[in-house]
Design a binder for this molecule. Structure first.
Ligand code: MOS
Length: 779
């Protein structure tokens, strides 16, 4: 392990996170043998691995960071959406007469009066659209597919005028019967084919199991509820071109989508999203407000802004309600022998959205016999979508709750049960992992939590009036990486601009891009300027799946190598050059110098080399693709330990402590990564105890479409969260040995909380969220 990468001294610190309590990050960074890492480790100031504060932090807290709904241009008009009050059927008539009489109203768009839009499904198919089905077309025709569906947009000089006039639009419908209750249609669910290989004979093995646990778990619909509302400011500039400021996790996705929907040429639309106030997956697909704002701008021939209301935020994607049926069979010694996992998840009538809910057990545990079934049930709702570790947050909640119940049946410690079936191979694919240090997550997590002091018996631990419960669970997520491009521009004064069309959805992309570039160029981080969130920048995939950090970092490594190569060419042309026979692999950039590896005395300053070659700037762009590692499984893992305190008479549950020990390869920035994990743990607490979208099935309408009645954890619900990153050297996955973090932080948390609640009370609640009425209910 190289000494300057093993920055335990820096990493083992306490980081304040405002009122959220404290986050500790601990752990050392492993080294990998690749040249990218050598370049990074050679530098005196290695930014990679250091807990660098957000480079965009100041802009955010001072209000300089502008969000999609904040870009002001002269002549801006405002749109307000009229939503359907029925759930299924047709629009019979729209009367906008009263709305149009309001002073300041500029027009009312409906499916009858809107500008032209594409009429083929392909045009509406964005990068995150499900493969099967026909994407929703906003304001397209008279068909109503879900309650709250946009049926008209009122355009006005002022936002308040638009909102008021929107209440005056009269819509008559021809309603049809609808269904919005998953339990009512579960028998009509159909199987989705997944690449999960059944093994052995699970039914037979279950029947023969020494100890068996079978149960059904339920996760309700949840909504993302990011702080920033979906918003688009579409600037129509007179030449027929559009500049679109949009809240999105993928500017180029929205760009392609809008070009398709409006039949416009790529050069005629530019999409910008410099900052995003939270996404959690809700911004992976283009949302309907960007279409409506563009329709408004095209029809008025002036700039239009459209911001959804908080209530309207519940009319876009959501985490699908899912029924999870688990059966686990164990041998008397506690080893798992069989598992069956069936999931039934919600999708819409018009698209088939699904993620891997069921096969996580095969990734985590040795099970010779396994069968997985994923089903979808169609409801008259918008298409469900990605939300915070989609598939894993739900499927692993069920799996890890079931594992806890099995441990109790076996009278085994829950950690010990998991270790008995610990797997060094992905059982589904029968592949080794690029790296897997989950064992160390269990060990360090348990130690930091004090797990050994747990008394196994439910209701056996108390603190005054509170029952105390300790629970744990395993987390798993994918370590994904995607092709991406980056451009680096180095100027002779030592300043660097690095650019890619990524979004920073609040995760810290600006910061890690600056860190990696600074290390690769051997220049101070303050000299870095990061450009992202602009569809005209080098190609970059959606910001999702926790894949952006690895994807973008390696694109930067690639572009930096090209710049280094050009610098070497310039340095070689200098009189008395110390690099006569050197190749690009023989040099590193450090402290503003080009240095021969292993011989710091042989160096040339970057500025001198550029001046001598009369080169003012070096610009290089690199399309990066990762080496084929399909012979390996790639995953991040975690062990989550949770303490709950439950007022015995009132049933109020508090998560007083949480320890999340994460194995995710080399951590680029323990501060932003620690923030990601802590935030995800909060999301998991919400999932366990608070979050639930309630639908009145008679009307098909969401009853709690607001953040007063859709509960999320607030500061008072969040106490001690400790994040640990364990060592996980990985020389296979990519040159920097890194895996993305973010989503791994939520997986397992809801189960750990549910398991702690059981330990505290002796009561097992299998349908989330665990509310006090369910705790008090006689089962
Ligand atoms: Mo994430 S649910 O891929 O934004």
């Amino acid at each position: 392990m190289s000494a300057d990468l093993n920055r335990r001294d820096v990493l083992a610190g306490t980081i304040a996170l405002g009122a959220l309590g404290r986050i500790e990050t601990a752990g050392a960074q492993p080294s990998a043998p690749a040249s990218a890492q050598q370049q990074a480790s050679r530098s005196m100031t290695s930014y990679i691995g250091s807990p660098t504060s957000r480079v965009d932090g100041r802009a955010k807290v001072t209000g300089q960071a502008k969000y999609a709904g904040e870009f002001n241009v002269s002549g801006l008009a405002y749109g307000s959406v009229v939503g359907s009050t029925i759930t299924k059927g047709r629009i019979a008539r729209i009367d906008a007469g009263e709305a149009l009489k309001v002073r300041g109203v500029l027009g009312v768009l409906t499916h009858e009066s809107r500008p032209r839009m594409a009429d083929d499904d392909k045009a509406y198919h964005d990068d995150a659209a499900p493969e099967a089905g026909a994407p929703f077309r906003p304001l397209y025709d008279d068909r109503i597919k879900f309650n709250g569906q946009p049926v008209a947009v009122v355009l006005a000089e002022e936002w308040e005028t638009a909102r008021y006039a929107a209440t005056l639009v009269r819509v008559e419908y021809k309603p049809e019967g609808h269904v919005t209750d998953l339990h009512a249609v579960q028998d009509k669910a159909f199987i989705v084919k997944k690449p999960e290989h059944p093994r052995g004979d699970a039914a037979k093995a279950l029947a023969a199991a020494a100890v068996r646990h079978e149960a059904e778990y339920f996760i309700p619909i949840e909504h993302h509820n990011p702080m920033e509302l979906f918003a688009s400011t579409v600037v129509w500039s007179g030449d027929g071109k559009l500049t679109v400021y949009d809240k999105t996790q993928g500017v180029q996705n929205v760009h392609r989508y809008l070009c398709g929907v409006f039949g416009m040429k790529p050069d005629d639309i530019k999409v910008m999203s410099p900052f995003m106030g939270g996404g959690f997956g809700s911004g992976l697909r283009p949302q309907y407000q960007v279409v409506l704002a563009a329709l408004g701008a095209l029809s008025l021939k002036r700039p239009v802004r459209l911001v959804l209301t908080r209530a309207q935020m519940y009319g876009v994607g959501y985490r699908p309600a899912t029924i999870e049926r688990l059966a686990l069979g164990a041998k008397a010694n506690g080893e798992l022998n069989a598992i069956t996992h069936e999931a039934i998840a919600v999708t819409s009538q018009y698209e088939e959205f699904s993620r891997n809910d069921t096969a996580w057990s095969g990734t985590l545990y040795k099970t010779p016999h396994a069968r997985y079934t994923h089903k979808l049930a169609r409801l008259d709702l918008p298409t469900s979508g990605d939300m915070r570790a989609p598939g894993a947050a739900t499927g692993v909640y069920a799996l890890e709750s079931a594992m806890d119940e099995l441990a109790i049946a076996l009278k085994l410690d829950p950690v010990e049960l998991r270790l008995r079936s610990y797997s060094d191979r992905d059982q589904n694919e029968n592949l080794p992992f690029t790296s897997k240090n989950l064992r160390e997550c269990y060990r360090q997590g348990a130690e930091a939590f004090g797990w050994s002091k747990r008394s196994a018996e439910p209701r056996s631990m108390r603190d005054g009036n509170d029952l105390v419960g300790w629970g744990m669970a395993t987390g798993v997520w994918e370590a994904l990486q995607m092709p991406a491009s980056a451009r680096i521009v180095l100027t002779a004064n030592g300043h660097v601009e690095v650019a890619t069309a990524a979004s920073d959805i609040g995760t810290g992309t600006y910061t890690i891009m600056a860190q990696v570039t600074a290390d690769m160029m051997g220049l101070p981080i303050d000299n870095m300027a990061v450009k992202l969130g602009d569809s005209t920048l080098p190609p970059c995939p959606l910001e999702g799946g926790s894949w952006i950090a690895a994807s973008v970092s390696h694109a930067i490594v690639g572009a930096a190598e090209e710049v280094r190569s050009e610098l070497l060419r310039l340095a070689k042309a200098m009189p008395g050059t110390p690099f006569a026979n050197a190749g690009v692999g023989d040099i590193v950039l450090t402290d503003g110098k080009i240095v021969r590896k292993g011989d710091a005395a042989r160096s040339v300053s970057i500025a001198d080399a550029m001046r001598h070659g009369k080169v003012e700037r070096i610009e290089r762009q690199k399309d990066h693709t990762f080496a084929d590692i399909s012979k390996y499984a790639r995953n991040t893992h975690s062990a989550v330990f949770v303490e709950v305190k439950i007022d015995e008479e009132l049933g109020v549950i508090r998560v007083t402590r949480a320890v999340s020990a994460v194995a995710a390869g080399r951590i680029l920035n323990p501060k932003t990564a620690g923030n990601q994990i802590a935030g995800s743990v909060v999301g998991g607490i919400g999932m366990a105890l608070h979050e639930e979208t309630l639908i009145d099935h008679a009307f098909g309408r969401i009853m709690n479409a607001n953040i007063a009645e859709y509960h999320v954890p607030v500061h008072a619900d969040v106490h001690d969260i400790q994040v640990i990153f364990v060592d996980e050297p990985d020389s296979i996955i990519n040159p920097l040995g890194m895996k993305g973090v973010g989503e791994i932080g939520i997986v397992g948390v809801a189960a750990a909380v549910a398991n702690a609640v059981y330990h505290a009370t002796g009561k097992r609640v299998r349908d989330l969220p665990i509310t006090l009425d369910k705790l008090q209910r006689q089962s």
